[in-house]
Design a protein around this ligand. Structure first.
Ligand SMILES: Nc1ncnc2c1ncn2[C@@H]1O[C@H](COP(=O)(O)OP(=O)(O)O)[C@@H](O)[C@H]1O
Ligand SMILES: O=C(O)C1=C[C@@H](OP(=O)(O)O)[C@@H](O)[C@H](O)C1
Ligand SMILES: [Mg+2]
Length: 171
């Protein structure tokens, strides 16, 4: 199946940013990332935005780039893990492209996000508890808009991208 817009959704650490780049190469499409675009337009990193404008300020900026970037043709778009919390975002994603839910177990999410410091929501003293709570709310929202779900636990980013390429071709 020839897809021209692929949107990657899923929790922090699922691999949206990393796998997205490999997938874009394999599909011969461009790659873009809503987090990177928010930081580029703001001239500041996400922790700074959360600090100064709060999560709602970040969500407003995220919603703006989602509305624009979901119109970009021939692109694999990696989103931030919380993109699904706003209904307008879910609508744009569901209506404008092929949505892939990159699933990862809680254990893997914890393992893959442990070393990073650019995720303000995980700066507390119980990142595992936070990830668990977020999944309880968001897993149904990812599934609500997903056209395809792929498990990422037991494969490298490149292997997940290769598996996804095959599954998209067979879709
Ligand atoms: N399938 C995978 N197996 C092992 N490590 C992974 C996998 N996918 C992503 N990672 C690693 O997990 C971390 C988070 O990946 P990232 O692409 O930033 O996730 P997201 O954008 O979904 O938050 C990175 O260090 C990345 O290399
Ligand atoms: O899950 C979330 O609410 C967030 C996920 C992050 O993106 P990644 O999923 O790429 O880490 C980033 O958008 C921000 O820190 C908020
Ligand atoms: Mg990312």
């Amino acid at each position: 199946m020839a897809v021209r817009r692929v949107f990657l959704v899923g929790p922090m650490g699922a691999g949206k940013t990393t796998i997205g780049k490999f997938l874009a190469q394999g599909l011969g499409l461009g790659f873009a990332d809503t987090d990177a675009e928010v930081e580029r337009r703001t001239g500041a990193d996400i922790p700074w935005i959360f600090d100064v404008e709060g999560e709602e300020g970040f969500r407003d900026r995220e919603a703006q780039v989602v509305q624009e970037m979901t119109t970009w043709e021939d692109t694999v778009l990696a989103t931030g893990g919380g993109v699904v919390v706003r209904e307008a975002n879910r609508q744009f994603l569901a209506e404008r492209g092929f949505v892939v839910y990159l699933h990862a177990t809680l254990e893997e999410q914890v393992r893959r996000t442990r070393k990073t410091s650019n995720r303000p929501l995980l700066h507390g003293n119980d990142p595992e508890g936070t990830l668990r709570d977020l999944m309880a709310v968001r897993d149904p929202l990812y599934r609500e808009i997903a056209d395809h779900v792929i498990d990422t636990d037991d494969s490298s980013p490149k292997t997940v991208a290769q598996r996804l390429l095959k599954e998209l071709r067979d879709a």
